[in-house]
Design a protein around this ligand. Structure first.
Ligand code: SAH
Length: 473
């Protein structure tokens, strides 16, 4: 071990900072956050530091450094770009055995400032011992992504209940198991959901009846359109926590790959034209696993609340008294547009967007076609594959021009993405000529034509009908 890690209590303790530029500013800000009394030595204060001085948050001691300024000081930070001065400060501090950090100069420093992840009171420090600060920063960024912002609230809660937890579990191993349960279970889920007071009650309740069964819950998670990069950080965290994952057929292998290795995976849901095999069975599975005390992730393509029957699933959970949370995902209409270069709104072409689904004859008849056919609107149709003849016929009947551009996006955001552009007049033939497969999303509106110029992902858009087939027709 090259350096000995320690966390210093600087509250009310004097720290001398030499320099008052931008680098010093950052150091001083951290020192003030830790409650230190900061004395600054510098020829000129930056505007921000001058303001701090006026607010009485720091003292401007002198223009020039002298070793006497080190009297009564706990720590020294040299943050000037004058190498000789930095050296003098370091040497003077060394002679008095005062800890000194020279910014970006490990050999001159007797202590290093780590990269930190602040979830106060929880604090994580990363250091490369000055040898590779970039690497430490990178590690910090990675960790930052994994640790929920609410971790600090959880740590605060643990702190408040610590004495009681200790009393209830004097045995270290059992106490550790209890903390583990808190982290995995309901208490931390409540904190994540912004319900800290309830979390505290739940913690105390669990303490009152130790050994009570762990309470399961369901996290309804949107997996996005397929590319794993389009998952949210919360979705990733949920996948890493899951005991069981109930996923739709639509969820890509790339996304499932990111789940906890030993999570049980169960494929449920959509086949063919978007009809669920047995929605009640899915409800039953969620409830059954949650009742066993498991963390169930119900993983859905896109967003769970956009044509995903997420609402029904929550109703079932609510009726069964199961706790739940929802993590939104990027819905196909938004994702496919981005990946095809189709701006959903555009000042010149469309001021509104409408999402609709047209998966069967029955749903087709319940749609408000007058509203769908409105000009200067982008229409995004989910599950439209089988109903394209009717879609064309109705939209034209209600006034949309046959020359309105359309785009079909198949497997949007995935490696095998295809984009087919043409006009409303030739819509069903476009799909037939190119043997359009599922999943695919249909855009109707002027912006669909922009895919020709703006496409950037995968193969270039396919233009119009297959000539031979068009001639034969
Ligand atoms: N909840 C999902 C939609 C489920 S309905 C969401 O928010 O995206 C299923 C329909 O979504 C498919 O029939 C198709 O129209 C569309 N879809 C989902 N993923 C898609 C993708 N990667 N490419 C094209 N369409 C997609």
């Amino acid at each position: 071990m090259n350096l000995y890690p320690l966390f210093a209590d600087l509250k009310g303790r004097r720290v001398l900072v030499i320099g008052a530029g931008q680098v010093a500013e950052r150091k001083i800000e951290m020192l003030l956050r830790a409650g230190a009394e900061v004395d600054v030595v510098a020829t000129r204060l930056s505007p921000l530091l001058a303001q701090c001085k006026r607010d009485g948050r720091l003292q401007h001691r002198a223009l020039q450094f002298t070793p006497q300024q080190l009297d009564g000081v706990w720590l020294v930070v040299a943050a000037t770009d004058d190498v000789a001065l930095n050296r003098r400060v370091a040497e003077a501090a060394g002679r008095r055995q005062i800890w000194v950090n020279v910014v970006d100069d490990a050999p001159l420093s007797s202590f290093q400032v780590p990269a930190i992840i602040d979830r106060s009171p929880l604090m994580i420090a990363v250091s490369s011992g000055g040898s590779a600060p970039m690497l430490a920063r990178l590690v910090r960024e990675r960790l930052e992504r994994w640790l929920t912002p609410s971790l600090g609230l959880l740590a605060g809660l643990f702190d408040r209940c610590r004495t009681r937890i200790r009393a209830a579990f004097p045995d270290l191993a059992r106490r550790r198991a209890f903390y583990d349960e808190l982290l995995q279970g309901q208490v931390s889920a409540l904190v994540d959901a912004g319900r800290v007071a309830e979390a505290e009650q739940e913690l105390l309740r669990t303490l009152a009846q130790p050994g009570a069964a762990r309470r399961g819950r369901v996290i309804l998670v949107g997996a996005g359109p397929g590319a794993a990069g389009l998952l949210t950080l919360d979705a990733l965290r949920a996948l890493q926590q899951a005991d069981v994952i109930l996923h739709d057929q639509l969820v890509s292998a790339e996304v499932l790959e990111l789940a906890r290795r030993d999570a049980e995976r169960i494929a449920v849901g959509k086949h063919g034209h978007g009809h669920s095999t047995a929605q009640e069975d899915i409800h039953g599975l969620m409830i059954e696993h949650a009742r066993r005390g498991q963390v169930v992730v119900r993983l859905k393509g896109g967003d769970p609340f956009v044509f995903g029957r997420g609402g029904e699933e929550l109703e079932a959970l609510r009726a069964a008294g199961i706790d739940y949370a929802v993590v939104p995902g990027i819905t196909a209409a938004v994702a496919c547009a981005a990946y095809a270069g189709i701006p959903l709104t555009h000042r010149d072409h469309a001021q509104s967007v409408r999402l609709a689904t047209a998966h069967c004859a029955r749903s087709i008849d319940t749609l408000d076609w007058r509203a769908l056919a409105v000009e200067r609107q982008t229409l995004a149709l989910y599950m439209a594959g089988a109903q394209l003849d009717t879609v064309r016929q109705r939209l034209i009947e209600y006034g949309r021009s046959p020359s309105t551009p359309v785009a079909l996006v198949e497997n949007g955001s995935r490696r095998d993405q295809r984009v087919i552009v043409g006009t409303l007049a030739e819509l069903p033939e476009l799909a037939r000529d190119h043997q359009l497969k599922s999943p695919s999303l249909l855009y109707i509106g002027e912006v669909a034509a922009l895919a020709r110029e703006l496409s950037w992902f995968g193969a270039a858009p396919i233009e119009g009908r297959v000539a031979a087939l068009a001639a034969a027709a």
